[in-house]
Design a binder for this molecule. Structure first.
Ligand SMILES: *Cc1c(COP(=O)(O)O)cnc(C)c1O
Length: 379
């Protein structure tokens, strides 16, 4: 196998349990959008359920419907809707639908008529992120319309929720402000007769740092995959989380070259002396950032090596000096760090991005290999 992303489902289950222990009074929603941040939505959702995730969260309805098609029958929330849905399919599949505005409520009601069954709706309030969600100014109208539809038996409002802007910067003044707006929005909805099962606001960083934001449910994504939401909160190891994905490849070439040999496109690297070059068969088509050229590190032949020259579409080179290696030997790009390999957090730092992007951008060209599966039905 040229390369592989090994996904350790036992680590994922342990992370879910660790996060549940951080929010003992709340339910946990396993966020598996974007193919579980690149880890594979179906096996990760199953493993999260096994570890006690009461909810699954996705961004797009297609992601939620794919999990239903794969056999997940538990509670599931989906939040990124556009006109046209598929709202009817979501109602039929018993998916909780996030509604941020009247247009979406109208589409849900049309879907309810088509599906012949009531919907489950969660109202989203924009408490300050400035992305999706109903503005506080429009909240009265949205709550009134939802309440009316609930009284007519068309839907049940199962949740009121919102999303943080800066939970990864503990102490940021927006955090207090968003909490206050959220409490007001919930109180208003309840005063109007809504009785949501779950009120929720916390993502991974808030789950880890802000107990007062836990309410009835925490929505954990990145931390469940064993990744720290931000260097400011500490490394994954410091947070008691274990990285789930290990990305590695088999060396495709190992050869001696003389001093002064240019390496990869543009010859940004030239061998300082006679040396051994090793070819790692992963490139930007696999999701390795081109910005890792000259900065990303890889464990090869027992040591960390920096990418020599440019990352190309399919491959990059490392300079082993006089160390021995053979074609087929393993190059580890990132993993838990146990063997001295870098972590996804290290790659984020080296390439000027966040670890969320490092794991999520690994493309479908890299096969996922699942280990640590637990016997049992999961969902
Ligand atoms: C992605 C997402 C999450 C999970 O965020 P993490 O920081 O990865 O835990 C939670 N809620 C919403 C609305 C999201 O889009």
């Amino acid at each position: 196998m040229r390369a592989r992303a090994v996904v350790d489902l036992a680590a994922l289950r342990a992370n879910v349990r660790a996060l549940r222990a951080r929010a003992p009074r709340a339910q946990l929603m396993a966020v598996v959008k974007a193919d579980a941040y690149g880890h594979g939505a179906v096996p990760c959702a199953r493993a999260a359920r096994q570890a006690g995730a009461a909810w699954i969260g996705t961004a797009t309805p297609e992601e939620a419907l794919a999990l239903r098609a794969a056999g997940d029958t538990g509670r599931m929330l989906c939040w990124l809707w556009t006109p046209g849905g598929p709202f009817r399919e979501a109602v039929a599949a018993d998916i909780d639908i996030s509604v941020s505005g009247l247009w979406a409520l109208e589409e849900v009601l049309a879907a309810v008529r088509a599906a012949g069954r009531p919907a489950r709706v969660q109202l989203k309030i924009d408490t300050g992120l400035g992305r999706n969600g109903c503005t506080p100014a429009d909240w009265e109208k949205l709550v009134a319309a939802a309440r009316e539809a609930e009284e007519a038996g068309s839907l049940r409002v199962t949740g009121v929720w919102s999303h943080f802007a800066c939970a990864d910067e503990p102490g940021h003044p927006s955090i207090r402000a968003q909490l206050a707006v959220f409490r007001d929005a919930v109180a208003y909805a309840e005063a109007q007769g809504l009785d949501p099962e779950v009120r929720h606001l916390a993502n991974s960083p808030a789950t880890l740092t802000l107990p007062e934001s836990h309410f009835d449910l925490v929505r954990t994504g990145v931390a469940m995959y064993g990744i720290s939401p931000s260097p400011e909160l500490g490394t994954s190891a410091e947070l008691g989380l274990r990285p789930v994905m290990t990305l590695s490849a088999s060396l495709a070439s190992v050869k001696r070259v003389p001093a002064g040999h240019g390496v990869s496109y543009g010859h940004l690297y030239t061998t300082p002396a006679e040396t051994t070059l090793a070819l790692v068969p992963l490139g930007y088509a696999d999701g390795i950032p081109r910005s890792a050229s000259g900065t990303g590190q890889v464990l090869v032949a027992g040591k960390r090596r920096t990418v020599a020259g440019r990352v190309a579409m399919d491959q990059f080179v490392v300079d082993l000096g006089d160390d021995a290696a053979a074609v087929g030997d393993e190059a580890v790009l990132f993993g838990p760090g146990d063997r001295g390999e870098p972590t996804a957090e290290d790659w984020a730092e080296a390439t000027g991005t966040i670890a969320y992007e490092v794991i999520t951008r690994i493309t479908g060209r890299v096969p996922r290999v699942y280990v640590g599966e637990e016997e049992g039905p999961g969902a």
